[in-house]
Design a protein around this ligand. Structure first.
Ligand SMILES: [Zn+2]
Length: 483
């Protein structure tokens, strides 16, 4: 229960995050180190994320399916880069039912291999393409340094896997799904992400190219919030995913994969939260409105509760997610703090005076104090609430965008300035050759790597000297410290 405050962001952002995740009742630690227990309120927030994405996946022609948790060890070895990239973080089952297994089973870290194996059976002809599949699942990566939602050994995600007849089609799918992630992040999560291509050092193990959406947290650090990969024919060749084309020739497919995980919950917390706790975007909030009834005695209680229940029913009918906080052992002030901590976008207070005046009081979570509070009539209340929720959604995006834009710096003045921007926790956009040695140098000097080459380049078609080595670079990239 949220009564004591949280550590202020300015004092210790990392402690603030842990405090909020626990006090807002999103998640808790588990007896297994590195794992996490997602509590009901946190899980409902994740369900909001799932709902927003699933709707978009289906609208772009994808179908959900489910593949096994266990993958034969030999599958991972079929794609050389893939196994090299994932080996250090695999969980392997060697004993089953008390007997040593003939072939160890990998607990999936991602499912390209087992889905590739299935695709090879499902695809025969060009008529079977494109094949557009998504799965909602858990995956396991043996992480030693973990943070609730941001990096946990087991996490929930969706992974999309598609197969196409041409590289052009596969690349179009890769970019389409990157766009779907960006659309969800911006319009539902109110997170102004930057879309771009990862450097070759930072791309997915086994991909030709990887793309990401990058979000800025309130400490200035970057968080990769979703990725989309053009896998070329690497997995198609490893798993013999072939089709006969229109002239009866046999060809390998071109595949893609894309994923977004429960990290998104952490991104929402760290993009919008403040020293009073969470601030949830109305489109994803488990409860969009909390109604707090106010009464002094039994006589006023009945009238207040009758109004509260009538209004709650009206809001539910209007498609608004409502919680009535009718806990009798707690004061209204305690309840206000509690729901502020949990980030409910709009609080509605109803007391005897409001009943008499046929009104209610509305208090916005995104605007503190008196400024965010107003009295409205019970007539036309549903549309007043809807408009207010839309205004809150827009305001959170506007605030996050303003915060981000004030910390993005295009650096053309040289390496020292470039490192300085990164060191003070902001983002530097600079010409970058993409080279490994350059990326390593930034890692050593500023504990940061490139985030991405943004699709939206400030000088398209031009080139400039790499901020690190000075050779001609074709594109600018963002560099920042990251989660
Ligand atoms: Zn360079």
């Amino acid at each position: 229960m949220a009564q004591q405050g949280v550590t202020p962001q300015s004092e210790d952002f990392s402690r603030w995050y842990t405090d909020v995740v626990q006090k807002a009742d999103l998640a808790d630690y588990s007896p297994v180190r590195g794992c996490m227990i997602i509590k009901p309120y946190g899980y409902e927030l994740w369900e909001g994320v799932k709902g927003g994405l699933d709707r978009r996946f289906k609208a772009t022609g994808h179908q959900n399916a489910y593949f096994p948790l266990f993958i034969p060890e030999s599958f991972l070895k079929k794609e050389a880069e893939h196994v090299e990239g994932f080996s250090p973080e695999l969980a392997v089952v060697t004993i089953g039912g008390g007997k040593v297994l003939e072939e160890p089973l990998i607990v999936r870290p991602t499912s390209e291999t087992i889905i590739g194996w299935a695709f090879q059976k499902w695809i025969q002809s060009y008529r079977d393409l494109p094949l557009l599949i998504n799965q909602w699942a858990n995956v396991v990566r043996w992480e030693l340094r973990t943070r609730l939602f941001l990096r946990t050994m087991e996490f929930l995600w969706q992974e999309g896997h598609t197969a196409h007849a041409t590289h052009e089609d596969a690349l179009a799918e890769t970019m389409r799904m990157l766009g779907v992630y960006a659309d969800f992040a911006i319009n539902d999560a109110a997170i102004p992400v930057i879309q771009g291509r990862k450097s070759s050092q930072e791309r997915f193990a086994g991909a030709l190219s990887s793309f990401s959406i990058e979000a800025m947290m309130r400490d200035g650090k970057a968080l990769q919030a979703g990725t989309s990969h053009d896998l070329g024919q690497n997995f198609a060749k490893a798993f013999e995913i072939q089709f006969t084309d229109e002239s009866n020739g046999l060809q390998h497919c071109w595949t893609t994969s894309w994923g977004l995980s429960t990290r998104m919950v952490g991104a929402i917390v760290m993009t919008h939260g403040d020293d009073q706790g969470l601030r949830l975007p109305p489109k994803l909030a488990p409860f969009q409105v909390v109604i707090v009834p106010i009464f002094r005695d039994e006589a006023t209680r009945a009238a207040v509760m009758a109004t509260v229940e009538r209004i709650a029913a009206l809001l539910v009918e209007g498609g608004i997610r409502v919680k009535v906080d009718d806990r009798d052992n707690l004061s209204p002030g305690f309840k206000y703090n509690d729901w502020e901590m949990r980030g409910v976008p709009l609080r509605m207070e109803i007391g005897p005076k409001d009943v008499a005046n046929h009104g209610v009081a509305l208090a916005r979570r995104d605007i503190p104090g008196k400024e965010g509070k107003r009295f409205v009539s019970q007539d036309g209340l549903v549309s007043a609430v809807r408009e207010t929720l839309d205004a809150i959604q827009a305001n959170l995006l506007a605030q996050a965008t303003q915060f981000r834009d004030s910390r993005l710096h295009k650096v053309t003045s040289g390496y020292a300035d470039f490192i300085d921007v990164i060191q003070r926790g902001e983002w530097a956009l600079a010409w970058f050759c993409g080279g490994k040695a350059c990326e390593e140098r930034v890692k050593d000097d500023a504990q940061a790597v490139s985030r991405n080459f943004p699709l939206d380049q400030p000088h398209p078609g031009e080139h400039g000297p790499c901020v690190i080595c000075g050779t001609e670079a074709q594109e600018m990239a963002y560099f920042a410290k990251a989660y």
